[in-house]
Design a protein around this ligand. Structure first.
Ligand code: AMP
Length: 284
């Protein structure tokens, strides 16, 4: 497995692969890799001749009071894990390499970013779309793999890819969870033992939401109210949002299969997100 830091080197290797008609699968990450990321790498490995994993903590997607500085950076372990999962190349550019001097161009997406995390983290998806577009232009993959853990991000990237005519297949991958239901996340590293236990309230709330829906409750307002009360039973939990939306990230009144129950909850100082698509298999 090769570790590459420069755009020039990445481009020349990719050119060679393309000349050999090799397919390229791409897994963009911010590192601190866990089984969730590794599942994306393994899927890409199965479906492509070559798999490229990027590790880049994207400064553009963090707000001024967010955790950019303390975000876990574990490059040595990450490269080992990526290799074991089947990556052929890890692309790990510095911020200076990716972000040009005095950039005046950004990729922004309307509407899909107005709700959920987009509403709570202004500029977040502009940062994501700008950097993912740059990475797409450098890597030029055939397929790119995104986790449904970040469900709004998945729909945004899919739409952006279509709107900007990137010739890339965007592949959704299931949420990987710990045995007790907690969705894997690099931010779980921040949690104390007590908070780790409190964090189970997210997946438990999703489970409760699914049960209510299966018992024929279809009014989103009623489910949201019940779930908010349920989450509030954990003293350490501070709700950022509990919403039920369609694929366009619009709130729905009456729930249908395919609608998404999405949560963002602070456990102590750590903001965690999780979601479930109604009608999909429950794995928590
Ligand atoms: P991140 O490093 O947090 O930017 O995530 C990189 C990719 O891994 C994104 O497509 C995420 O949706 C995906 N991912 C993160 N956590 C999980 C998880 N628990 N299950 C599946 N995919 C995940």
């Amino acid at each position: 497995m090769q570790i590459i830091e420069s755009i020039g080197e990445a481009r020349s290797i990719i050119k060679r692969l393309k000349n050999q008609n090799k397919t390229i699968g791409f897994v963009p990450t911010m590192g601190a890799l866990h089984e969730g990321h590794l599942s994306l790498i393994k899927k890409s490995k199965k479906e492509n001749d070559n798999t490229i994993v990027s590790i880049f903590v994207n400064p553009l997607q963090f707000g001024p009071n967010e955790d950019f500085k303390k975000y876990p950076r574990t490059l040595e372990i990450d490269t080992k894990l990526a290799k074991e999962a089947g990556a052929d190349i890890v692309f790990t550019p510095s911020a200076d390499e990716i972000i040009t001097d005095n950039p005046l161009t950004y990729v922004d997406i309307n509407e899909l970013s107005d709700n959920l995390c987009g509403a709570k983290r202004p500029g977040h998806f502009r940062g994501v779309c700008t950097i993912v577009s740059k990475l797409f232009n450098i890597i030029m993959p055939d397929s790119a793999y995104f986790g449904k853990k970040d469900i709004q991000q998945f729909y945004i990237i899919k739409k952006m890819t279509n709107d900007l005519n990137f010739d890339i297949r965007i592949v959704p991958c299931p949420i990987i969870r710990e045995k007790d239901g907690l969705a894997m996340s690099s931010r779980n590293n921040y949690l104390t033992v007590k908070e780790r236990n409190d964090a189970l309230i997210l997946s438990k709330a999703l489970k409760k939401g699914v049960k209510l829906f299966e018992s024929k409750e279809t009014f989103s307002e009623i489910i949201i109210k019940e779930l908010k009360e349920f989450i509030k039973t954990v003293k350490n939990a501070d709700i950022d949002y509990v919403k039920i939306v369609d694929e366009n990230m619009k709130n729905v009144k009456i729930i249908n299969r395919g609608n998404i129950l999405a949560l963002a909850v602070y456990i102590g100082k750590t903001r965690l997100i999780d979601n479930h698509i109604f009608g999909e298999k429950v794995c928590f």
